[in-house]
Every structure is written in structure tokens, then in C-alpha cells.
Design a protein around this ligand. Structure first.
Ligand SMILES: *Cc1c(COP(=O)(O)O)cnc(C)c1O
Length: 496
């Protein structure tokens, strides 16, 4: 026998049909959640950075079946407090130094909740958050020193922004050649080649694969001794491919390489791209806003001439995950790549701007990204953004100095973005790369600090990234102490 859902609702108690909730229950649960969030965020520092997850816990999370009957709303908070929050990645904690993974800005946390309540869909139709997304994209463009014409979209992160960029570059390139479709497309698409430095993020090669470029059309160009793309090597690679009848369509520069924080030269790459008809995409997922920082700005001369720029506000700016952005100075190229019509999506767009779904692959899109980004940017203000990045540069400097001054540690070149790469001086024993991997694992397992390793100049090195506004110099000392403690566990006592 079937029931109408309304027959099953406990209407005799005056409760609305789930997933709805009565105003009183909703208010009480929101207040309890807010209380917990503020306590959690302020007390986090006293907890381990992360802790191992027991196998039983993993199994519970992976395999717990859905119960037949629904549970009370209050169980959401209980569940997060008891089952989720004790096992974080660790990036909320001030002694977390792995990858480029920041803690959430309070303004963003509040905005995410508020944005969920509004629940605007930012791909189609008309609503205030879609306009705010356009506004926040322009704020990012202003910080990045891109032209006033710049528009773009928010994305789930840098990987998605890079994917949109390569798809846009490909469409732009083929359309200009008259090879957007038909036999010309088949002929030309099979000859496209893509350039980036060997230090570029793996999401660039992944995006290339997603748009249908096979690995043998990818050209990771050697970087120089400072991990920057070498323009001479790039020119040589492009020339060789042109001579071979291939079609160089795009070069990707990196602003803030993941391993060591290097910034590729922009102007020589733009010049080559203009001359050979390539698109210049800059991947600034970590370092895209360097133009806003006087100490870094000279390296960003010419950034306004790139064809597209990825920035990742969930990295440097602490906007809650996931908030990335693709910025495009000539946004009509985004629309050429992504505008598709359908009978069920018609609008009198009149003189309004194209829907945001015409600039990306998503249709139903969250407005929470725009609101969280707007809230975080406005809480900081323009000077606050500059000051935050400068603060990280200072912390990185202090960490590098401590490492360089320590007889048991060897500092390796890195920067200008705030990261320190280092090794144990004269490690004893078999394989120094494995030793450093073990040290990172031991530091992670002890739970007092957290860092990861990276391959730099063909060696495995310890890498500590500064992107946490709660990190203090005490945390730097703690990190060094933990690394040395982990190294001691490996080495036999030194002869005196
Ligand atoms: C982090 C990063 C990415 C990927 O961004 P996600 O937000 O993790 O998808 C791409 N490029 C660079 C240079 C990065 O540092």
C-alpha cells in the first residue's frame, strides 16, 4: 500500500514535512550550531593538528546504511562534533604547514551559512548573488592588476579554473583559424601542442587530457635553476613544433609554483604568444594576486596582458574551500567556448549580461562562493589583502632564517612565495629521500605539527608553506623541534 508523504508526516505534532523544520526547532538548532562553530574555531589550537582515524571509524563513515526512519535535526550537529570534526586534514591548525591549505576565514564561514539559506542558483535567471559573483570577479581582477574589461567565473578551485582556461584557449585558437568544426577541426585539433614549465601544477596536464590532448602533444619545458620557466627553452620548443607542422595553441605560466613558490617570467611569454598566435594562460592558483603586494609587484609586470588568469581564493585568502576563479580580460572568448542554448532555458537577456552558465561548464551553481569571497575580501579590505600576503612573506623569511641558522638543517632555495624547503644536514644511512619522507610521516603522526615533502631539484625535501593567518613564530619553533625530534628517531646517537 502506498502513502502520500503528507500522510506520513507527524502533522499531529505541528511539525512541517521533512526536510522542513518548525521555526523553533530551526532556530534552536542554528543557535546550537553557531555556538559549537565559534567554540570549535577558537579552541582548535589546543587540539592535535590531526590524529589517526581508527579503522572502525572509517568503516562507520563508509558503510553505515541509511536508516528507514529519519532522525531529529539535532543529530546533524552531534554527528559533526563526534564523527567528523575530530579527524580534520589539519589545515585549521596554526602548526599545519603542508601543501597550500589555509584555515577558513570567519567571514567566509558566516557567509557560507547565509548563502546556503538564500540558495540562489548562479548559472541562470536573475538574482543578486549572480551579480555579486560578477562583482567579486572584478575585485579579484583589480587585485591581480588585470584590465577593467576583465570578467570571468568562480570555480570549485584552481584545477577547474585551469580546465576552463584550456578549453577557452582551444576554442579561441581553432575558431580563429576557421577550424571550429568539420574536417578542418579534425585536422587541426590533432596537431595542437601545449607548453608549460616542468614546475607547473599537475592540474594543467590533467586539464589538457580532459580537453582531448594526448600526452605526446604536451610540452613540459625545462625550468631554470630558480624553478622559473625558461623563455629560451620555450621559444626553442615552439619553433621546433612549428617547423614540424604542429600547432602551438597555448602556453601556461605559473605564478607561485607549488614546490618552491617561483614566479615565471610573464612579458617574454606574452611576447612569444602574440608573435606565434598562442593564448597565454597564467596559473596563479597560489600566487595570482602578487601584483597587489609591492615587494612582489615587479615580478608581475605585464600580468595585465595575459589572456586568462587562475586565482584560488581558498588558498591565500582563506575563503572556505572550494573557491577558485578564472579571470579573462576579454570575456567574450569564454562565451564562445561555453555559451549553449536550450529550449528549456530561454531568457529575455535584453541588455543584461550573459548568464554565468554561458561562461563555464556548470549550470546550477552555488552562490555561496561569491558571498564567502565577498565577505572575506570586505572583511580584509584591499590593504588587508596586501597585509595578509606580506605577513606570510615575513613568516616565511623568519622560518628560512631559523632553518639556515640551524647546524642540523640545510635550507634550499625557494620563493618568492612563502614556502621553506629544507633537508637534514648530512643525513646518515641509506637513502636520504626516504629518510625525509619518513620524517614528514613521523611529524604528521605525532600530531603536534604537520608538514609534507616535495620533489625539488630531483631530491625529496621537507616543505613548509605559510598560508595560515593563525601561525605565529612559536609555531615555527615548534615545527623545527618536531622535525629534529623525528630525525633523531632515525639516526644513531652522534659520536661526541
Ligand atoms: C593548488 C594549485 C592548483 C590546483 O588548485 P585546486 O584549487 O587545488 O584545484 C593549480 N595550480 C597551482 C599552481 C596550485 O598551486
Amino acid at each position: 500500500m502506498t502513502h502520500l508523504l503528507s500522510d506520513l508526516a507527524p502533522s499531529e505534532y505541528g511539525e512541517p514535512l521533512p526536510p522542513g523544520a518548525s521555526p523553533k526547532v530551526l532556530r534552536d538548532e542554528l543557535a546550537a550550531a553557531a555556538e559549537w562553530v565559534s567554540q570549535y574555531l577558537s579552541e582548535l589550537t589546543g587540539e592535535p593538528v590531526s590524529r589517526p582515524m581508527p579503522a572502525t571509524q572509517r568503516d562507520r563513515l563508509r558503510e553505515a546504511p541509511l536508516g528507514r526512519d529519519g532522525v531529529e535535526l539535532g543529530r546533524v550537529l552531534d554527528f559533526v562534533r563526534d564523527e567528523i570534526a575530530p579527524f580534520p586534514t589539519g589545515n585549521g591548525h596554526p602548526a599545519f604547514f603542508a601543501w597550500v591549505n589555509s584555515p577558513p576565514a570567519p567571514a567566509g564561514v558566516i557567509a557560507e551559512l547565509l548563502g546556503c539559506a538564500v540558495n540562489a542558483t548562479c548559472g541562470m535567471g536573475d538574482n543578486a548573488l549572480m551579480e555579486l559573483e560578477r562583482g567579486t570577479v572584478r575585485m579579484l581582477a583589480g587585485l591581480a592588476a588585470l584590465p577593467d574589461t576583465t570578467s570571468g567565473v568562480l570555480t570549485s578551485g584552481g584545477s577547474m579554473a585551469n580546465l576552463l582556461a584550456l578549453a577557452t584557449a582551444r576554442t579561441w585558437f581553432l575558431t580563429r583559424r576557421g577550424s571550429g568544426d568539420g574536417p578542418a577541426y579534425d585536422r587541426d585539433h590533432a596537431r595542437l601542442t601545449l607548453y608549460y614549465s616542468a614546475q607547473a601544477h599537475m592540474s594543467v596536464a590533467k586539464a589538457a587530457s580532459c580537453i582531448g590532448l594526448p600526452a605526446h602533444r604536451l610540452r613540459p619545458v625545462p625550468a631554470d635553476e630558480h624553478d622559473r620557466l625558461d623563455p629560451a627553452a620555450l621559444r626553442a620548443a615552439v619553433t621546433a613544433d612549428l617547423d614540424a607542422g604542429l600547432l602551438p595553441f597555448c602556453t601556461v605560466t605559473t605564478l607561485g609554483t607549488t614546490a618552491t613558490g617561483a614566479v615565471d617570467p610573464l612579458e617574454p611569454v606574452t611576447e612569444l604568444c602574440r608573435r606565434t598566435g598562442m593564448w597565454h594562460h597564467a596559473d596563479g592558483a597560489w600566487g595570482g594576486l602578487g601584483a597587489a603586494v609591492p615587494a612582489l609587484a615587479p615580478l608581475y609586470r605585464g600580468v595585465g596582458a595575459v589572456d586568462s588568469l587562475t586565482v584560488d581564493p581558498h588558498k591565500t585568502l582563506s575563503v572556505p574551500v572550494g573557491c577558485g576563479a578564472l579571470l579573462v580580460p576579454q570575456p567574450e572568448h569564454l562565451h564562445t567556448a561555453f555559451a549553449h542554448r536550450a529550449s528549456y532555458l530561454t531568457a529575455d537577456e535584453g541588455d543584461a549580461l550573459p548568464w554565468l552558465s554561458h561562461a563555464t561548464i556548470e549550470l546550477t551553481r552555488p552562490g555561496t562562493r561569491a558571498l564567502a569571497l565577498w565577505a572575506t575580501l570586505n572583511h580584509l579590505g584591499r590593504d588587508g589583502v596586501t597585509g595578509l600576503i606580506e605577513h606570510y612573506l615575513t613568516l616565511a623569511d623568519q622560518l628560512r632564517r631559523r632553518i639556515a641558522a640551524h647546524p642540523r638543517l640545510e635550507l634550499l632555495p625557494s620563493g618568492p612565495w612563502p614556502v621553506a624547503c629544507f633537508r637534514i644536514t648530512h643525513p646518515v644511512g641509506e637513502d636520504p629521500d626516504e629518510l625525509h619522507a619518513r620524517i614528514a610521516q613521523r611529524v604528521q603522526a605525532r600530531g603536534r605539527a604537520y608538514l609534507a615533502t616535495v620533489a625539488a631539484h630531483e631530491r625529496t625535501v621537507l616543505r613548509a608553506c605559510l598560508c595560515n593567518y593563525r601561525t605565529t613564530t612559536d609555531d615555527l619553533d615548534l615545527l623545527i623541534g618536531e622535525v629534529l625530534h623525528a630525525a633523531d628517531a632515525d639516526e644513531p646517537p652522534r659520536p661526541r
